[in-house]
Design a protein. Structure first.
Length: 645
């Protein structure tokens, strides 16, 4: 997607960069802005070599790529128009980054997304109802009768302070290292919101877990130079690090009293973060609603303490005299932001920080140097990095393709299953297969770290695949999480099967030499936690995924790992075919040689002995993907090419 039009003259480069970086969220492979005077200004601001600036300017002008207000409009295959005057303050959520919510509609958003929880709220604490609780160890879902929380919420005590947690409460407010934390306009804007709030006497409730994780050390430099860091810290937005934190589920645990209040009362609480991913359970397993926001709005919702509010009309809090304070009272003007930016952001900061970017702290500098070698020395005892099995048993030439015979279903899933439902992310539960693995290898729970930190160990990662606590596998409809129904080799003797963890069932199936398939609805694999969503699926023995539609990149990644993506045709779905996941599936036509987009026949047998058949489209879309699949994935394909050369 390319951007054009007169509005570009009013759009700063930091905002352009944010828009470009968000392109996976709106479905583009890349987002391109033309080079213009604003580009050159930003390069000067960030301390780039003057010779590079001169080269960029002369080259793009010579090639006709430099945009000015008088430049002719390029010709595009399709042109979409956006009136910048219609843009309004917005967030995204509560579960998907593409679900825009206007600032004024936040209360309506949380209430409509979770109507049962908000309907049971009693104004005086009388009455009651039932809540849906999920056992963290078994995934079992129960309806438990409870006293309905009143408007004041559930009382919790934190460090001598009494707080109240209710449906809609903000329990995580994070300016996190994703996308827009290197945009000085919004970061300085957040600091100014904090400054104005502190000056009016506003505070953040201790029940809100706050954090500041900039994308660069330059950010903390210019916040300090602007004198804004003390105000952010007064609201508990302390720097916790420079890297992926809350956006990938590394927020850490909630305070015990808050966590207990949420669990015991089935509360729907919220996270507000400046990231670009908010899929179910990604941010925190106890947070059911997550909203993406600009850094200034993160500060605002931390102050409000709830998302069940219209900040365009309702007060965000009270000043020291008890007078209402509104968001408009603490929101900085563009002129204020520009003034602070001119004073606080300079080329010297970028030159200083990036000159030392690879030096690291004393811990990094004191690491012992590994022995120099052309080959990596794998440590069999490491729980962080293990040699992956992608090349085990690899031959010089790929084996002939074979049809899939009598496969079992490992997972049967609904629409909009994201890679965040599939790929391991966040903390590692001690009772999950990955946690058991670490304990068996003498790792204490306090040292589990996260899936992201252990992504170099396939033993951990494949145990966490399909491990999202909100995953609903239709084979076990009464549970949430990484559960499935393991069916025995002799279906007749045990038609009920055994409920097991997905990883445990996969290992048993593979030991029995039973191939596996996955079945899904629409938009399978949307989201961005991409590599391990495909790797984990392959390592669990899944040979094919049959879905109503695929997200394009995940489809490609499945092929790259040797997993066959197949798409229902002619309006058929798992429901219209009356599939329940307990059938056996055979897929013919593979051994005869695949072509991009060809139809294959799926046939099988139900538990009662009846048979079924339907066609699917092979979603290997290009000839080179046929080669990847024939070789068992892109890694064996590339290695064989290297060996031949």
């Amino acid at each position: 997607m390319e951007f054009t039009g007169p509005g570009l003259s009013q759009l700063g480069l930091a905002d352009r960069a944010t828009i470009s970086n968000m392109c996976p969220e709106y479905g583009a492979t890349a987002a391109l802005f033309p080079v213009d005077d604003e580009t050159l200004r930003y390069m000067r601001l960030t301390g780039r070599d003057p010779a590079l600036l001169d080269l960029v300017e002369r080259y793009t002008k010579e090639q006709g790529l430099f945009r000015t207000d008088t430049s002719p409009e390029p010709e595009f295959s399709e042109l979409l128009e956006l009136d910048l005057g219609t843009v309004e303050p917005s967030l995204a959520g509560p579960r998907r980054p593409q679900d825009r919510v206007s600032l004024a509609a936040m209360g309506q958003s949380i209430r409509s997304a979770f109507p049962n929880q908000f309907q049971q709220t009693a104004p005086s604490g009388n009455g009651g109802g039932s809540i849906r609780l999920v056992d963290a160890n078994t995934g079992t879902v129960q309806q438990v009768p409870v006293q309905a929380p009143d408007a004041a919420g559930i009382e919790v005590k934190l460090n001598g302070h009494t707080s109240h947690v209710r449906n809609g409460s903000v329990v995580i407010a994070a300016i996190t290292s994703c996308t827009n934390t290197s945009n000085p306009v919004v970061m300085l804007g957040a600091g100014l919101v904090a400054k104005k709030a502190v000056e009016k006497g506003l505070t953040v409730d201790p029940a809100v877990k706050t954090s500041l994780a900039p994308g660069s050390r330059v950010v903390s430099d210019y916040l300090k130079r602007a004198g804004l860091m003390p105000y952010l810290e007064a609201l508990q937005f302390h720097v916790v690090g420079y890297g992926c934190t809350t956006c990938i589920g590394n927020s850490g645990p909630l305070a015990d009293p808050v966590a207990d209040a949420i669990q015991d009362n089935g509360l729907v609480v919220a996270a507000v973060l400046s990231g670009n991913r908010n899929f179910e359970a990604r941010i925190h397993p106890q947070v059911r609603a997550s909203y993406l926001a600009s850094p200034p709005l993160v500060v605002a919702f931390a102050l409000a303490g709830t998302v069940d509010i219209d900040l365009t009309h309702e007060p965000i809090g009270e000043d020291r005299s008890g007078n209402p304070v509104y968001l408009r009272d603490i929101w900085p003007s563009q002129a204020e932001v520009r003034e602070v930016m001119q004073q606080a952001v300079g080329p010297d900061q970028f030159q200083h920080e990036y000159a030392e970017v690879f030096e690291g702290d004393e811990h990094w500098r004191n690491l012992p140097m590994a022995e120099q070698s052309e080959l990596f020395s794998w440590d069999a005892d490491s729980t962080y990095v293990q040699e992956p099995p992608y090349f085990e048993g690899m031959t010089t030439e790929p084996a002939p393709l074979t049809d899939i015979e009598d496969a079992r279903v490992l997972v049967m899933l609904s629409d909009s299953i994201t890679t965040d439902h599939i790929s391991p992310a966040g903390s590692i539960p001690k009772d999950a297969p990955a946690g058991r693995y670490l304990i068996e290898h003498d790792v204490a729970q306090r040292d589990f770290n996260s899936y992201g930190a252990r992504r170099g160990n396939h033993q951990v990662m494949m145990r966490g695949t399909f491990g999202n606590v909100r995953l609903r596998n239709e084979l076990v409809p009464d549970r949430e999480g990484d559960w499935t129904l393991k069916l025995p080799p002799d279906w007749v003797l045990n038609p009920q099967g055994e409920v097991q963890r997905i990883f445990d069932a996969s290992m048993q199936y593979q030991a029995e030499r039973v191939p596996l398939v996955g079945i899904a609805g629409k938009e399978y694999g949307s989201g961005s936690s991409r590599d391990w969503a495909a790797k984990g699926t392959a390592l669990l023995g899944v040979r094919a995924v049959i879905a109503e539609s695929f997200e394009r990149i995940h489809r490609s990644n499945l092929v790259g790992m040797g997993v066959l993506p197949l798409q229902f045709v002619d309006g058929m779905t798992r429901s219209s075919l009356q599939l329940n996941g307990k059938e056996t599936f055979s897929i013919s036509g593979i051994a005869a040689g695949l072509r991009p987009g060809q139809r294959l026949n799926v046939h099988g047998r139900r538990g009662d002995g009846s048979e079924f058949a339907f066609d699917v489209v092979c979603r290997i879309d290009t000839p080179i993907e046929i080669e990847y699949y024939r070789h068992g994935g892109i890694l064996p394909y590339v290695l064989r090419l290297l060996l031949k050369s």
